[in-house]
Design a protein around this ligand. Structure first.
Ligand code: PBG
Length: 337
């Protein structure tokens, strides 16, 4: 027995057939609402001051720690792939309690930025402004009496940002999750005439287990405790919106949600609430999961990666930081979306 509602609905929609638009690949392409493009992507690179040739990172297949002398070649690949931007992470030759190598004029990131800008001035160079790779305790700030001292850390973060700008960085990316890091860095940059240096703030950065492979790659696992007194608690959405609003207010040019895949709801929310360009970081653990399943033959790496990255864009991200950037360039060249 068919209900009255069924009869009415069928009658009403009889001529509407969404499948018409799916019949051919060309039609599907025509009506596609979200197109992933290489021009959306930022490629992370790891530079290690202690090595002389690339060293593969086991938990991030396809990604290596590079030496300074590998940078020229790496950047030529990035350019050939038409990836517009890179973000540089450094591993110093020594760590100390105040992370002094992070703001050394000849620190590894500063040298790398100079080298990139010399060979490829038109590649956008972003840097990560944080202390954790440089401190012997592995925390993102100065430790006083077993706690992270926010305001003392701000001074060091400003120094890091200024040395990166001096080296030629186009974008500095504060990722320490210290309160007022954006306003302090903006002020320090402007005081020295770096008015054009862009701040991409890791505004809503969560204390996440998805950073595991990255921390292994850059040896930045905290020696004690965890990052939960500064990075955000993952169940919180309103707090994430507040963090983003605060950073925009303080002068962030680009704001970021990190990680991306388990936080698509926040990307959606942020993109509808705020007009600033929105970045999402498809982090190391998200990359590792897909690679591992691909290696086992359980998932197809290429199609899963394209699906995930397109979903991050569909959720509202304008910029995606991803270890898949070079692969995406190759995949889209082989089969444009
Ligand atoms: C530095 C930093 C981290 C990541 C980017 N910048 C690690 C952390 O906060 O522990 C993670 C990136 C990734 O997992 O791909 N603070």
């Amino acid at each position: 027995m068919r209900s009255e509602l069924y009869e009415r609905t069928v009658k009403h929609v009889a001529g509407v057939r969404p499948r018409r638009l799916r019949r051919l690949q060309a039609l599907r392409t025509l009506v596609r609402e979200t197109r992933l493009s290489v021009s959306d992507l930022i490629y992370p690179i790891f530079v290690d001051q202690r090595i002389t040739k690339p060293e593969a990172i086991e938990s991030m297949p396809g990604i290596s720690r590079l030496s300074l002398s590998d940078i020229e070649h790496e950047i030529s690949e990035v350019k050939d792939a038409r990836i517009p931007a890179v973000i540089v992470f450094g591993l110093p030759d020594h760590k100390d309690s105040l992370g002094s190598e992070a703001y050394a004029e000849d620190g590894i990131v500063q040298q790398t930025v100079r080298s990139i800008k010399k060979t490829a001035p038109d590649v956008v160079v972003a840097t990560d402004v944080c202390l954790c790779q440089y401190t012997d305790h592995g925390h993102c700030g100065v430790v006083r009496a077993g706690a992270i001292a926010n305001d003392e850390t701000l001074r060091l973060l400003s120094r890091i940002a200024v040395t990166h700008a001096e080296a030629g960085a186009d974008i500095v990316g504060p990722s320490a999750m210290m309160d007022n890091q954006v306003s302090t860095i903006r002020e320090a940059l402007d005081e020295r005439g770096f008015n054009d240096t862009i701040i991409m703030s890791y505004a809503a950065k969560f204390a996440s287990s998805f950073y595991g492979p990255f921390r292994e790659a850059v040896e930045s696992t905290p020696a004690w405790g965890d990052r939960r007194t500064y990075q955000m608690d993952f169940p919180n959405k309103k707090e994430a919106m507040r963090e983003i609003a605060i950073d925009i207010e303080q002068g962030a040019d680009i704001v970021m949600v990190k990680p991306a895949l388990s936080y698509l709801d926040l990307i959606r929310e942020a993109s509808s609430r705020f007009d600033a360009p929105l970045a999402a970081y498809n982090v190391s653990g998200e990359y590792a999961m897909i690679q591992a399943a691909g290696q086992k033959g359980w998932l197809d790496t290429r199609s899963i990666a394209l699906e995930v990255l397109t979903a991050i864009k569909r959720a509202g991200a304008n910029i995606i930081i991803t270890y898949f950037a070079k692969d995406v360039a190759r995949w889209l060249k082989e089969a444009p979306q």
